[in-house]
Write a protein that binds this ligand. Sequence first.
Ligand code: PAF
Length: 285
Amino acid sequence: MSQHLEVVRTVAELRDRVANARSSGLRIGLVPTMGALHHGHLSLVDAISDKADLIVVSIFVNPTQFGEGEDFEAYPRDENSDLAKLSATAASLVYAPSVEEMYPAGDSTTIRVSGISERFEGMHRPGHFDGVATVVSKLLLHSAPDVAVFGEKDYQQLAVIRQFVKDLAIPSSIIGAPIVREADGLAASSRNVYLSEPAREIAGNLNVILTALVQEAKSGMELRACEEQAVKALLAAGFDDVDYVSIVDAQSLDTLSSLDRPARVLAVARLEKVRLLDNMAIEAP
Ligand code: PAF
């Protein structure tokens, strides 16, 4: 499926390509990314390929979702390598705008989703979800897709996006795609490249420990005890710190005290300077 991919960098060019496709009756799909593409991103293109005819992949490292002291400057960027990877997928068009195109001089609008974006990642990364909600709103308005896909690895991000898309009645369906994992279970992430070799060996334990937590929760162990045991196991496995391990309602992300509805465990453990995110569904026993 190797092909030459057109890259557009302005809202006007993107809207022109989308309008042409739409007038030919094509359905538009959007895969938002920050580049540094790995097989997790490519699986997002696959996940949308039977739902859209013109698949737009956006590549934009969004400054407003990085906090002070985070890795905005260091975030891996390699457009040529990203384009080579995408040219072997069903992607039809790449939207790679500049910061000035996304945030023109005088830009003064922020989308803030209260409640769901204030917990977990929202507490550890203040302002992060305002940046995500604002940039994803812009990407949806620029490309007006029928469908857009986001990875379940950033489970809270997906919940925040679903919330504002519903609240603002944005006419795009939002779909979540399953987490793609490395051979040892570590969730694929562009930031995994920051891990040293010894840290990379420890990192796979996050998946192992969450898998054990899911089994224990399903077998009736008290949910707070499951979380505490997982935190201890992570520290014993060599993680430097654990930001949270929480069993929550899969939709509202409210903390659960029993598995009486679809549940999810959300976790972030730190290794070196990397915050490793993971989550898993817990089906009712
Ligand atoms: O998940 C990401 O890569 C980013 O948060 C997103 C959705 C592309 C917004 O910048």
